[in-house]
Design a protein around this ligand. Structure first.
Ligand SMILES: [Zn+2]
Ligand SMILES: [Zn+2]
Ligand SMILES: [Zn+2]
Length: 126
């Protein structure tokens, strides 16, 4: 018995939708040491940091942005800790406090002056 179908019939192949080529973008960081890699570099001074946060925090030393302002004298500081330390000096001698805004003055006359300027129209209650 002979079958005449000895040649393989062309298989109907399903059209394969091309899969998205997933590129391995995450390169394995093979560090030989256990020391965490400081991959965040300060553009200004080249100092390196482990985390981006610490780098950004550091980068403020190079900027002139002083976001902390002393309410007593208007002096400005880059660091909150510096401002707080500075303000402690004020609290020592500013015993005349404005009851309206809390500002303190070493002299009563200064407080009176402040009051007339900043809180005009208000009755003085010194
Ligand atoms: Zn720096
Ligand atoms: Zn001050
Ligand atoms: Zn005031």
């Amino acid at each position: 018995m002979r079958t005449c179908h000895d040649s393989p019939s062309p298989k109907q192949t399903k059209t394969i939708t091309p899969k998205k080529v997933v590129q391995n973008t995450k390169r394995r960081v093979s560090s030989s040491s256990n020391v965490p890699k400081k991959k965040f570099k300060c553009d200004e001074c080249g100092k390196k940091f482990v985390t981006r946060k610490s780098m950004l925090q550091h980068s403020r030393v190079h900027s002139d942005v002083r976001e902390f302002e002393c309410v007593w004298c208007g002096m400005q500081f880059k660091w909150r800790s510096n401002l707080l330390r500075h303000m402690k000096n004020h609290s020592l001698d500013k015993k005349h406090k404005c009851h309206k805004c809390g500002k303190g003055f070493s002299r009563k006359s200064h407080l009176a002056q402040h009051f007339s300027i900043h809180h005009p129209g208000m009755k003085k209650r010194l």
